[in-house]
Every structure is written in C-alpha cells, then in structure tokens.
Design a protein around this ligand. Structure first.
Ligand SMILES: [Zn+2]
Length: 229
C-alpha cells in the first residue's frame, strides 16, 4: 500500500479505536468518565489525543523503513535515500522526532550482521511486516521510550498503545493488498486476503473492515449494557 494509503488507514483506525474506548467507558463507568475528564482537564485530554494520533501515525509508516534502510546499506543506491527523504521530509521529521532512538538501535544491530543477513532482514515486506517484527519493534519501542522525545509527550502506556495501533495497522493494511506480507517471517510464505487488486481497492477494503468491526463492537457493547443495567 502507498504511504498515503497507510496514512488514511491509520487515521480511520485510531479514530475508531478512541471512539470505541470512550463509548465503552462512558456506557459502563459514566461517573469515572466525567471524573477523568474533569481531573485531567480538557486541555490534557486534547493534548493526549493529538499525541496518540502523532505517535501512531509515525508508527504506521515505520515498517516501510525497510525500503529506506535497504537503500542506505547499498553503496550504489545510497543517493536514492536523499531523494526519498526530500520528497517526504515532513514524515521523516516526525518519525525521527519520535523514533530516532529506536531506529538508531535497530541500525546499529543491523550493522554488526553480515551483509546476507542484513539483506534478509530489510527485504521489503519481510521481517518488518511480520509478527516477529511487530514483537521486536514493540520491545524496542518499550526499551527506547525513556531516551526518546515521546516520553515528553505522553505516558509509556499511551505510547505503547499508539505504537501498536500504528504498527499492527500497517501490517493489516498491507495484507489487504494482493502481494501480501511475510507474516510468519522467517518462513517464506506470504499472507494476503487476496481481495484487492490495487492500492485504492485495498484501502477502501481496509476502511470497510474497520467500520464493520467497529460497528459490531459498538452494538455488542451496547447490547451487553442494555442486558445488565
Ligand atoms: Zn508496508
């Protein structure tokens, strides 16, 4: 999926997530909901919402850094990185602002490996788009949080939830495309839902899934509330 596709998918996913969390909280613990907002202050709530969007937005573009790192490690293609960064400088500024320590540690780990392992790890839609990659980068996000700017923005819990939404959302969005991802890396098999033949269709399919799952969740939660009240 294209960068723009991932950006749109991520915004819809985060919105649906926040909406459903707020809805559940409001339905089952209305007094706590109001207390939390009164206690935290509306500015703090707004600030945290902005941070969740920013952190998960940048995380939703992290898996495709395999392309950039692959170019960076190849002497002949290195100059293409400058071209890529120049064209999407705002995305890279945000990513570096939040994830510079994570990317630095990952690059250092890569540099000590022999070239053939480096190539296997940065192969597009491979390790970074797998469950192993999701686990690895979430761990790295957790460990580098204390030395990242993210700690100035929000708590570790909020940071990790936003990171997971963005990162896992990227993998799910890529699975909507025909070419799929190596979900079980290092196994070679690619996993795809095989419904969408182009990026536009993959994006609308992904958004449809979010809307359907989110609506089902809302209805189920409401039905449970009606039943127990
Ligand atoms: Zn991708």
């Amino acid at each position: 999926m294209t960068k723009r596709g991932h950006q749109i998918f991520n915004v819809v996913l985060v919105f649906a997530f926040i909406y459903n969390i707020a809805f559940t909280y409001l339905l089952f613990w209305p007094a706590d909901f109001v207390n939390t907002i009164m206690h935290a202050g509306t500015f703090n709530i707004a600030w945290h919402l902005i941070c969740i969007f920013a952190i998960s937005y940048a995380a939703s573009l992290l898996p495709d850094h395999d392309i950039v790192i692959d170019l960076l490690l190849d002497k002949k293609k290195r100059q293409l990185v400058l071209y890529e960064i120049f064209h999407h400088y705002e995305v890279y500024l945000l990513t570096l602002f939040i994830y510079a320590p994570l990317l630095a540690v990952f690059l250092l780990m890569l540099l000590v490996l022999p070239r053939k392992y480096q190539q296997a790890i940065v192969k597009h839609r491979g390790f970074s788009h797998s469950l192993l990659g999701l686990l690895f980068f979430t761990g790295l996000a957790y460990l580098t949080y204390p030395i990242s700017f993210a700690r100035l923005l929000c708590t570790k819990q909020i940071f990790l939830v936003a990171f997971l939404l963005g990162y896992a959302g990227h993998i799910i969005a890529d699975m909507m495309t025909y070419s799929g991802v190596h979900l079980l890396f290092p196994l070679y098999k690619k996993y795809t839902l095989k419904y969408a033949t182009d990026n536009d269709r993959a994006l609308s399919l992904g958004i449809k899934y979010i809307i359907v799952i989110s609506s089902i969740y809302t209805l189920v939660i409401w039905a449970i509330w009606m039943y127990i009240r």
